[in-house]
Design a protein around this ligand. Structure first.
Ligand code: PMP
Length: 353
């Protein structure tokens, strides 16, 4: 037998480019344009590096407790991981273990089908309607579980809680995961539904609204039984996933609620202003409640704009994929960054039109 026959073949997720240029404007992976809460820097400056000899707390207890108390939950209802990608991956492995296909939208976070393939989970996609909205009736077919982001990515479209609840009501026998990576920029979280639905798992992250993508902190909240199942799988996989500095700095970020509210409000305000500027430049886009805008130009192809922006060291995201190949996903940066983007777009569009 050739060793090649025994290799697990996967088509990996393609992460957004991470260029490191001094004067770039980076609007391609939905990071926060503001620094983490000031307490994080204070903690970093007095961090005891001797403690790094020791393994970190495998349960990430201080961070789990801080999150539980922030959201008014029991600590047994919170699970943390190395970014929400790790949490989602563990959730796929734990809860999507049946023979029926899991369901998710056709245009959505492009890691879902990668995990499904990696773990050999059958899946079926449900097409968003022409306004990029979820059709809840699609989620009434037999399935082995459901996952969708709210707001959705890369569209930014927020579904009201009534849609989330309709899907939960129709699917009491499977786990429904709501990926709320972008909920803090203006959406209503499904967290209050946890009391009513023991099959709901709400996933969030420190990467966007808490400005800590570099530390890799994600978490999910749900019924105690679900969290126990997740921990059983996690501890069968890798015990010490979250490093000590991340656990401690995560706590600092959760403590500073005023700062969190201020930066999310600023990003949302810049987003609303940016919508007007984009319209003026001839772009159209579904209304976004996330920290990015998914926009297409009325006459210039997205690929062309993408390349021209990149040549000017302005990075946005573009996919050569069905339905979305003529769209750009533009992360909301600071007002100054957005002004520089619009100035460059003006030049590019004048040349092309
Ligand atoms: N969910 C969605 C919808 C995302 O867009 C992202 C960011 N790529 C993630 C989860 C993962 O983010 P992180 O691992 O940084 O928490």
């Amino acid at each position: 037998m050739r060793w090649e026959d025994n290799v697990r073949r996967v088509v990996p997720y393609v992460a957004g480019e991470q260029p490191d240029k001094e004067h770039m404007i980076k609007l391609n992976t939905n990071e926060c344009p503001y620094p983490p809460a000031p307490g994080v820097a204070r903690l970093a400056s007095r961090m005891n590096t001797d403690a790094l000899r020791l393994y970190p707390d495998p349960d990430a207890t201080p961070l789990v407790e801080a999150l539980a108390s922030y959201y008014g939950l029991k600590k047994e209802q919170v699970f943390v991981g190395v970014g929400s990608d790790d949490v989602l991956s563990m959730a796929f492995l734990t809860f999507f273990n049946g023979s029926e296909p899991i369901l998710f939208p056709d245009v959505t976070y492009s890691f879902y089908d990668v995990w499904a393939n990696l773990y050999r989970i059958p899946y079926r996609t449900c097409a968003l309607d022409e306004d990029w909205r979820i059709r809840p009736e699609d989620y009434r077919q037999p399935n082995g579980g459901i996952i969708f982001p709210n707001p959705n990515a890369p569209t930014g479209v927020l579904e009201p809680l009534s849609v989330v609840e309709e899907i939960l009501q129709a699917n009491p026998d499977v786990i429904v995961i709501v990926d709320e990576a972008y909920i803090d920029f203006g959406g209503a979280s499904a967290l209050p539904l946890l009391e009513k639905y023991e099959n709901l798992l709400v996933v969030q992250t420190f990467s966007k609204s808490r400005a800590m993508a570099g530390l890799r902190i994600g978490y999910c909240m749900g019924n105690e039984k679900l969290i126990r199942c997740l921990n059983d799988v996690k501890f069968s996989f890798n015990s010490y996933t979250m490093n000590r500095p991340s656990q401690l700095m995560g706590v600092e970020a959760v403590r500073d609620d005023a700062y969190f509210r201020e930066i999310t409000r600023k990003v949302a305000a810049t987003r609303e202003w940016a919508k007007g500027e984009l319209s003026r430049l001839g772009f159209s886009f579904p209304d976004s409640k996330a920290n990015f805008i998914f926009a297409r130009h009325e006459s210039v192809p997205a690929e062309k704009i993408f390349q021209e922006l990149k040549a000017a060291d302005i990075y946005v995201r573009h996919w050569n994929k069905p339905r979305i190949e003529n769209y750009l996903r533009i992360t909301v940066g600071t007002e100054e960054e957005m002004k520089a983007l619009f100035a460059r777009l003006n030049v590019i569009l004048e040349k092309e039109i």
